[in-house]
Design a protein around this ligand. Structure first.
Ligand code: SAT
Ligand code: MN
Length: 600
């Protein structure tokens, strides 16, 4: 085989993989328009893609995946370290030797009859010293065109790589798409990823969860920074001052909507700038603040529920040059999903069949997705490509909790905030296979994405905070509280700006809160409800701290955290004990009612 590139390490690896996987052709991707057009042409010819209506959706395509390959498969995702104790109880572990005998053979001749694409990509802005290079080898042209949207792909990455050996090696093959022969293996020690048997985003776009979270989190541990499942946004106030916030929510809990929020008319002068919707790399800066870059270059967002009311900026972003996966299509070939109003008469469902209106089945898959360039977002931050990133003033944790957890509250300090993140829990969603709507603990929304022992991860968070002279304030939010009739108590979406505003003002010591055992809770007046159809009683309920309920919650948290054994930092156990003690004291004073104490 002739050398595909002058970089020796790259070349040797590609040769080794090509010898084993036996493709018909090897193609090094340059990321050009012409290359993209050629791949699309080929996929239209073989049915991998279908053209959407060029009038309404220019440059947009539909892909229907195999019906058994529509979400991340966490039970088939492994961290492969020599020592099992390094991966911890929250990850599946496989010894590297076992991976070599069990998983590597699945790649043998796997690319026969296919093209092996070499996809070099850069995670982070071109000018940033914090950006990192990855190379994905894949036999899926669908993966290539998605990688071109999601990352800075092609020449730009090769230029950055030069003759360095320092890149993350990701090997992906569709294999035969049989879930029985599906594995996603990570080797943090050698910065390698093997993924076989799936073409789905989080399993196959190896830049995303595999590199930017699982591998990068271990790099962050070793180098003193954090790779997090967080959106990044800038909130500009009417005075023109922008405050940056990073927020962690589990998959499909509205990160993209929050990152692209458009404030309602009743709050004039506020604007949200989108820096990222899924992943943040956070580093302590020389000024003692925490700085964030978004390593990605596009959005891989959940389609259902996205519409002109819930997320107008997303609708504008995906109006052109977007790949839709597993959505339904209308008769005139427009993409369609639940949340876009009444289903049209003639509709083709995500499986490509005529939609049966009498069925209870959704027409689009609940985890159907759009892949769209960040540059198309009307609210994209002017700092999107900034080398140093943006300084973070607040970190938010949030999940889907129908009861107990208030609309918003603030941690007393960094250490308490780390406990807050460690306590995060949420109802499961369609982003991963398995039952939805089940409450699961998901520390920092990183449970499926932390590449090492969660106990060590929490200790690392504590360490990072200790080294910041100006750490971000830490908050928890819950947009998903339900009332007696199971209705949502808080309108959510654009109205969440009211909570963001309280948060930003807190970071400046401006807005009011009550100190409660669980942290600083907004006073009812502190959340601006002008123009909002939410009664005072509902606001009070949303901000109520139920000391009894929290005591029960903490028993569950304690039991959960025990599983991290002696790797659980002592400081967090102490923090949990303090919280328990504060709740007990409050229960004695005023059981299960709102605990009022000093205004702060
Ligand atoms: O993992 S994906 O990137 O496919 C989506 C998610 O679960 O956040
Ligand atoms: Mn995600």
């Amino acid at each position: 085989m002739t050398a595909i590139h002058k970089n020796r390490a790259l070349n040797n690896w590609v040769e080794e993989v090509a010898r084993y996987t036996n493709p018909d052709r090897v193609h090094l991707c340059d990321g050009s328009d012409a290359e993209n057009a050629e791949l699309i042409k080929q996929m239209l010819a073989d049915g991998t893609l279908e053209t959407l209506n060029p009038e309404t959706h220019p440059g947009c395509y539909l892909h229907r995946s195999h019906p058994s390959d529509v979400a991340r498969t966490e039970h088939l995702t492994f961290i492969c370290t020599e020592n099992q104790a390094d991966t911890g109880p929250s990850n599946n572990w496989m010894a590297p030797d076992e991976a070599r005998t069990r998983v590597w053979p699945l790649f043998e001749n796997a690319m026969r009859g296919r093209t092996l694409y070499v996809v070099p990509y850069l995670m982070g802005p071109e000018s940033s010293p914090y950006s990192k290079v990855g190379v994905e080898i894949t036999d899926s042209p669908y993966v290539v065109v998605n990688m071109r949207v999601m990352t800075r792909m092609g020449e730009i990455a090769l230029k950055r790589l030069g003759d360095s050996e320092d890149f993350v090696k990701g090997l992906h093959s569709l294999g035969d798409l049989d879930p029985e022969r599906r594995f996603i293996c990570h080797f943090p020690q050698t910065k390698e990823i093997w993924s076989v048997g799936s073409g789905y985003g989080g399993n196959a776009l190896l830049s995303k969860k595999c590199f930017a979270l699982r591998i990068a989190s271990t790099q962050g541990r070793d180098e003193g920074w954090l790779a997090e499942h967080m959106l990044i946004l800038g909130l500009e106030d009417p005075q023109g001052h922008t405050t940056y916030i990073a927020a962690a929510f589990p998959s499909a809990c509205g990160k993209t909507n929050l990152a692209m929020l458009i404030p309602p008319g009743s709050l004039p002068g506020y604007k949200v700038w989108t820096v990222g919707d899924d992943i943040a790399w956070l580093r302590p800066g020389p000024d003692g603040r925490l700085w964030a870059i978004n390593p990605e270059n596009g959005f891989f967002g959940v389609a259902p529920g996205t519409n002109k009311e819930t997320n107008p900026n997303a609708m504008a972003t995906i109006a052109k040059n977007t790949i839709f996966t597993n959505v339904a299509i209308t008769q005139d070939r427009q993409p369609w999903w639940e949340g876009l109003g009444k289903p049209p008469e003639a509709l083709t469902n995500w499986r490509g069949q005529a939609y049966d209106h009498a069925s209870n089945e959704p027409a689009a898959h609940p985890n159907s997705r759009f892949t769209a360039p960040a540059s198309q977002c009307p609210g994209i931050s002017p700092k999107f490509n900034e080398a140093q990133g943006v300084p973070i003033s607040a970190i938010i944790f949030g999940g889907r909790r129908p009861s107990l957890v208030p609309l918003a509250y603030q941690a007393l300090n960094w250490r308490h905030g780390v406990l807050m993140g460690a306590m995060l829990s949420s109802e499961t969603t369609a982003a991963a296979t398995g039952k939805t709507g089940v409450l699961r603990r998901d520390p920092m929304a990183m449970l499926p994405f932390c590449g090492y022992h969660m106990g060590d991860y929490l200790a690392h968070w504590l360490r990072v905070g200790e080294n910041l002279s100006h750490p971000p304030a830490i908050f928890n939010v819950n947009w998903f509280r339900r009332g007696a009739n199971n209705e949502f108590l808080w309108p959510g979406y654009g109205e969440n700006i009211r909570v963001l505003r309280w948060i930003v003002e807190r970071t400046r010591g401006q807005s009011r809160a009550t100190e409660t055992p669980i942290g600083y809770v907004p006073t009812t007046e502190a959340i601006d409800t002008r123009g909002l159809n939410v009664s005072n009683a509902v606001i009070q309920e949303l901000l109520r701290v139920d000391a009894n309920g929290w005591s029960t919650e903490l028993r569950d948290v304690e039991e959960y955290l025990q599983r991290f054994g002696d790797r659980l930092p002592y400081a967090l156990e102490e923090e949990l004990n303090n919280l328990q003690r504060r709740l007990e004291a409050a229960e004695h004073r005023s059981p299960s009612t709102r605990i009022s104490a000093t205004l702060v």
